[in-house]
Ligand binder design. Structure first.
Ligand code: MN
Length: 177
């Protein structure tokens, strides 16, 4: 696993995102979701795997409806510390816009192979069993499994950060100073 692509895309004199470097992984695997208002509004879903955060951009965000199949476009691996990042990325930089830490927690890997990940999430907002299935190239689908958390809540109800309790607007204001 390499963070070369991650580092190549960013100018760390300008962005406050963490530099991509090897980090100790913890005993329990971590995941996070960041609501990212950039040129396109999307949610970044990241799973710790072999020392990096495997990352997918989900235009519509995750859904608790087990009938929904949410397109998740795989992007470059991110460093582990990215799971705590919240703030703004300067306009004109890669991913320029506002980043809200929308959920974080641990997860349990149930099954992994070349074209799918099955896992249980233990987040504040995302819980239960989920699957990511590769359909073609970088395109994957995120699907909720039918368990006791299916149809749990409409995720659009969560409009504030789990880290700071701020809205997107408030994050933008705070970090623009
Ligand atoms: Mn993003």
């Amino acid at each position: 696993m390499s963070l070369k692509k991650y580092n190549q895309k960013r100018n760390f004199n300008k962005t406050k995102e963490p530099k991509g470097k090897k980090e100790e992984s913890s005993k329990r695997l971590k995941f996070c979701v960041q609501h990212h208002l950039a040129s396109h509004d999307h949610y970044d879903f990241r799973l710790e795997f072999k020392g990096v955060m495997k990352s997918w951009a989900i235009p519509k965000g995750p859904s608790y409806n087990h009938k929904d199949k949410r397109l998740a476009v795989q992007v470059e691996d991110h460093p582990l510390s990215y799971r705590n990042f919240e703030g703004i990325i300067p306009e004109g930089e890669y991913g320029g816009g506002t980043v809200m830490l929308w959920d974080r927690g641990t997860y349990k890997l149930l099954e992994v192979n070349k074209d799918s990940f099955k896992f249980t999430l233990y987040g504040k907002r995302l819980k239960g069993n989920w699957v990511l299935v590769n359909i073609k190239d970088n395109n994957w689908l995120l699907i909720k499994e039918e368990d006791k958390y299916a149809n749990f809540i409409d995720i659009k109800k969560y409009t504030k950060s789990i880290k700071s309790n701020l809205t997107m607007k408030e994050i933008k204001t705070k970090f623009s100073k």
